[in-house]
Design a protein around this ligand. Structure first.
Ligand SMILES: C[S@@+](CC[C@H](N)C(=O)[O-])C[C@H]1O[C@@H](n2cnc3c(N)ncnc32)[C@H](O)[C@@H]1O
Length: 618
């Protein structure tokens, strides 16, 4: 992985309550400041072209009038335009402005102030370059008579018009079509997402020629070399961002999740660049900027929010993990992004899983499994052949063990991911497997294999333990909101929130895709896991099958010595051996060898086929 540029120093946050404190012309004086004031007035003092990215969520029209004021929908555009004029002035030519906004419903219909604002911003000289949808994954349930609940918001992207003559030679303008060049800084690799199944389904139907070159139908020559994507594990994201809202920031009613500004900061800036939020609220944009090694400027009109922002920014730490990840995305080949996960799965999940399966198989003794399995069941299945009987009990025994072994190993993978991304760790608290903190929430997670894991007693015990864990953590001084999660590595649960009258016993049940996404913020991880498992299982399974066949043959041979009569399974003898009161001494048929099956026997020695045959000859 590439090194982080530690020479980039983000100065400590300062709260500026009086603009006179800033020597206006000097850029350094604006860096890492939270400025108390009306953004229009503050922006007017700022030097031109000092900001690389603006990410902001202004107060929506008339919303939250009581908490921090609001502008009527009809006045909204006129109120915003002088501010956006200043934003345009302070933004660098290649910079980007991201506006998070949503239309209000007025008199039963969506007001058109956002649409009007976009048109007016274009008239002001902004290029409306893109529109992102922020899909709120966890919006509140509810019902309205004529519409459904709001589950998305707009993030509108504006860029300043480039100085065309400076960027492109005149003859280019004439030779290359007739559109203007709209150049702005963008680092798309830094927000790539795992490819998932796209390649498999898209490429399945293509011929080899198509895979080499998928020229457009009109033969324009702008074909894509589709085969380039065949081996790739990462793809560029769409313009729909699936992010949860955050309920942790209780001190501000309209905070957006940190992942929202983080995504745009990674996409549009580099380390050391400057991010501005003129409607700072609780400081989320600046926190994200600081964590990603960027400079920031925040403006907020309310003193208590300014103080909250400063306190949040002070707590934020340079997140070397995120920066390293971003840089590695930018600098390294697309294929290597998930190598670490794949490597972990092969080394720490698949390899020990097969080792344990081998060990179980090797140690398996007829007398052990005979006594653990229900003979009536096998009789009920009308099993007639000795080998079928042995295969059934060996398979039943192995699969009951495998679920637990594999589950424990895969749980280790979830902890590994959490440790890498959020400093998560294996918990020592009862019922809790993992503890980690994400977006100011402290999570305690009990991990299970699938969704149908427990009866009501077991679930109640888990809930009690969640409560005890929360209390223990609070006693240890954890002041963040603590959320309990029952994570299930496969399956689905449509209603994740499991509410209890006692809030400390309420918990979320995230299953399958939701669980892996919760652990990694990666919607496709649940699919990615299958890739190395698939490859490695093929390699290891051949050897396992040979060992398995040998074992089944050996056991069948042994079974036939003791539990066959006139070529038929001797069910009565079998039931006696498993269930009859007192000691049942097993004896082989007189014409056959005698093997000691009592508890102290070392089964592996007596099972040696060559020895057994020698014995028979004597
Ligand atoms: C939607 S909230 C922003 C929330 C923020 N994104 C966060 O994550 O906390 C809008 C904020 O703008 C502030 N505000 C309203 N008018 C302002 C103005 N003229 N200048 C600066 N801040 C203003 C409000 O006090 C409020 O905190």
């Amino acid at each position: 992985m590439p090194d982080i540029d530690f020479s980039v120093q983000i100065p400590e946050v300062k709260l500026v309550t009086d603009l006179q404190q800033i020597e206006a012309a000097n850029l350094q004086n604006w860096q890492s400041q939270v400025i108390l004031g009306d953004c229009l007035k503050v922006l007017k003092q700022m030097p031109e072209g000092i900001v690389d990215l603006i990410v902001t969520s202004p107060p929506y029209a008339d919303s939250r009038k009581k908490t921090y004021g609001g502008i009527t929908p009809d006045q909204y555009v006129a109120w915003f335009l002088p501010i956006s004029q200043e934003l345009k002035r302070v933004l660098k030519p290649g910079g980007t402005f991201i506006l998070n906004i949503k239309e209000k419903v007025v008199n039963g219909q969506r007001h058109n102030y956002v649409i009007k604002l976009i048109l007016e911003l274009q008239n002001q000289g902004w290029l409306w370059t893109e529109e992102y949808i922020w899909h709120k994954k966890n919006s509140f349930p509810g019902k309205w008579s004529n519409r459904f609940r709001d589950s998305w918001e707009r993030c509108i992207q504006f860029n300043k018009e480039q100085d065309f003559e400076q960027e492109v030679p005149d003859d280019w303008e004439h030779c290359i079509q007739f559109n203007k060049q709209k150049k702005f800084k963008m680092y798309q690799e830094s927000v790539m997402v795992p490819m998932g199944d796209w390649a498999k389904s898209r490429l399945k139907n293509l011929s080899d020629t198509d895979k080499r070159r998928d020229n457009s139908r009109v033969e324009s020559g702008f074909g894509k070399n589709i085969s380039n994507w065949l081996q790739r594990k990462m793809a560029y994201p769409t313009n729909v961002l699936h992010l949860s809202t955050e309920c942790s920031n209780k001190n501000h009613s309209a905070a957006f999740p940190k992942s929202l500004p983080s995504w745009f900061i990674k996409l549009f800036t580099e380390q050391g660049d400057t991010i501005l939020d003129p409607f700072l609220g609780s400081g989320t944009t600046c926190v994200a900027a600081k964590e990603l090694g960027r400079n920031y400027i925040g403006i907020e009109i309310k003193k208590e929010y300014c103080e909250l922002a400063v306190s949040n920014i002070e707590k934020a730490k340079l997140n070397t993990q995120l920066i390293t990840l971003t840089q590695s995305m930018e600098n390294s080949s697309i294929n290597s992004d998930y190598d670490a996960y794949y490597k972990y799965l092969v080394q720490h999940v698949l390899t020990p899983f097969y080792e344990k399966r081998f060990e179980k198989l090797r140690k398996l003794k007829l007398k052990d499994i005979l006594k653990r399995k229900n003979p009536y069941l096998f009789k009920a299945k009308n099993i007639e052949f000795a080998q079928d009987f042995i295969k059934s009990i060996v398979d039943a025994f192995l699969s009951s063990q495998e679920e637990t072994i594999f589950g424990n190993l895969l749980e280790g993978f979830a902890i590994y991911i959490s440790a890498n991304l959020y400093g998560g760790f294996k918990s020592s608290l009862n019922s809790i497997d993992l503890e980690f903190k994400k977006n100011e929430i402290y999570y305690v997670v009990g991990i299970k294999s699938g969704t149908f894991w427990g009866n009501s007693d077991q679930i109640n015990r888990m809930k009690d333990n969640f409560k005890k864990a929360k209390q223990a953590l609070r006693n240890q001084g954890i002041t963040d909101t603590i959320i309990a999660v029952n994570g299930c590595m496969y399956g689905k649960d449509r209603n994740p929130l499991k509410e209890d009258l006692d809030p400390d016993k309420s918990y979320y049940k995230y299953a399958g895709q939701e669980f892996w996404n919760f652990i990694s913020e990666d919607e496709n991880l649940y699919q990615e896991i299958i890739v190395p498992i698939d490859q490695e299982a093929k390699n290891k399974d051949e050897l396992f099958k040979t060992t398995y066949n040998t074992k089944v043959n050996e056991m069948t041979f042994e079974f036939m010595q003791y539990f066959m009569n006139n070529g038929q399974i001797h069910w009565a003898k079998l039931v006696d051996y498993v269930s009859k009161k007192g000691e049942v001494k097993l004896e082989a048929s007189p014409q056959q060898m005698t093997l000691d099956l009592d508890e102290s026997s070392d089964f592996e020695d007596t099972l040696d086929l060559a020895d057994a045959l020698d014995f028979e000859e004597n």
